[in-house]
Design a binder for this molecule. Structure first.
Ligand code: G3P
Ligand code: CA
Length: 359
């Protein structure tokens, strides 16, 4: 599934509430095959947790802003409530992005954490979502220059509510912005007696969204869950294998080093349409002469027939050896040739692509 033409994308860009980047004249950007980058062939912009560089992640305001900024897809990280309702939340914990400790002070587990799966949807609706707090005590935020710490202005949405928002905005704005849904910690959910893959597909089915043409990707770090989606649940939606680092302790026992080998990529290609690698698995810094050190992962994934959508592109957390956000995009899009990017700053990314796209 490639990025379709967006006749109305320009409108979205004009409506952007944060068009802060002033880019110059169009550059001669070309795709891997040497052809100019056009609206049909340019990479997709995936708003990572919404326009999370500007508003608290995974809130409906952050999603509405990303829609207005012209993102091609809005990302949803999904976990389940106690009553098996898919909600849009990055962590299986409520600790860092909600006021759960204030509203339900006695509901932490023995490890001191508040698990979303221990709360019914009715209880989740009592919470407010705020800017992500930095790990540890205190009110400091994970990204100091972003939206301020403080009481949340809105709640934790369900997947169904977010679909309603996106479909409503697509209609009122004449857009075709898609969903890019991550199933979080499926093995954790399984151990709790829950089937997160089936629960997500049920919500999509209820919304009449089940076909690849509905512009929905499903993504997951766990290969068995993607295989289950394809072989057992027989979804026709495109699937993306996320590739983390073995040190992260992702749910499951996946060897991500193996997944990046040619054999691993060939295995992925049997059940998925693409990979979502960590940005530093493609670029690791600059050598002594200042040359960007780029791995061959993207080229090998393309040879295996896989799309490549790396994460996460952040203006305020640039990789080593990169000075500006535009430089980061020029490297990954202009030189390496990825097929899409997860970004906290969809406006800057859309603006860059507009500046390098051949009409
Ligand atoms: O889903 C791509 C990327 O979002 C994975 O990282 O932790 O932000 O969900 P995370
Ligand atoms: Ca994600």
């Amino acid at each position: 599934m490639r990025c379709p033409s967006y006749v109305t994308r320009v409108l979205g860009v004009l409506l952007s509430l944060a068009c802060t980047a002033a880019f110059g004249a169009a550059a001669d950007a070309r795709r891997e095959d040497g052809k100019p980058m056009t609206a049909e062939t340019r990479p997709i912009v995936i708003a990572h947790r919404g326009a999370s560089g500007y508003l608290p992640e995974h809130t409906l305001p952050a999603k509405a802003l990303a829609h207005g900024m012209g993102a091609d897809f809005l990302e949803q990280d999904i976990v389940l409530t106690k009553d098996a309702v898919p909600i849009v939340l990055h962590d299986i914990l409520l600790d860092s992005t909600t006021n759960v400790a204030t509203v339900f002070p006695d509901r932490a587990r023995a490890d001191g954490h508040f698990y979303a799966i221990d709360f019914t949807l009715t209880e989740i609706r009592e919470l407010r979502a705020h800017e992500r707090r930095a790990p540890g005590e205190g009110d400091s935020t994970a990204f100091p220059a972003r939206f301020p710490a403080g009481p949340g202005l809105s709640g934790v949405p369900t997947l169904a509510e977010e679909i309603q928002l996106i479909e409503g905005l697509n209609r009122s704005r004449g857009m075709r912005t898609g969903l890019y849904i991550e199933l979080k910690a499926p093995q954790f959910h399984k151990a709790e007696g829950m089937d997160i893959a089936r629960a997500v597909l049920d919500v999509l089915k209820d919304a009449g969204l089940a076909e690849a043409s509905d512009r929905i990707y499903l993504q997951c770090f766990d290969p068995p869950t993607l295989q289950y989606l394809k072989d057992t649940l027989q979804t026709s939606l495109p699937l993306i294998q996320l590739i983390g680092d073995n040190s992260w302790g992702e749910d499951g026992d996946t060897n991500y080093d193996y997944l990046r080998t040619d054999e691993g990529l060939a295995e992925i290609a049997r059940y998925a349409d693409g990979i979502g690698p960590w940005i530093l698995q493609i670029y690791s810094g600059r050598d002594e002469s200042g040359e960007a050190m780029v791995t061959d992962l993207v080229a090998r994934a393309h040879r295996a027939g896989l799309l490549v959508h790396p994460f996460t592109f952040r203006r305020d957390a640039l990789p080593p050896g990169i000075s500006t956000y535009r430089e980061l995009l020029e490297l990954f899009i202009g030189q390496v040739g990825v097929d899409g990017v997860f970004t906290d700053f969809p406006d800057l990314t859309v603006n860059y692509l507009e500046s390098v796209t051949t009409p």
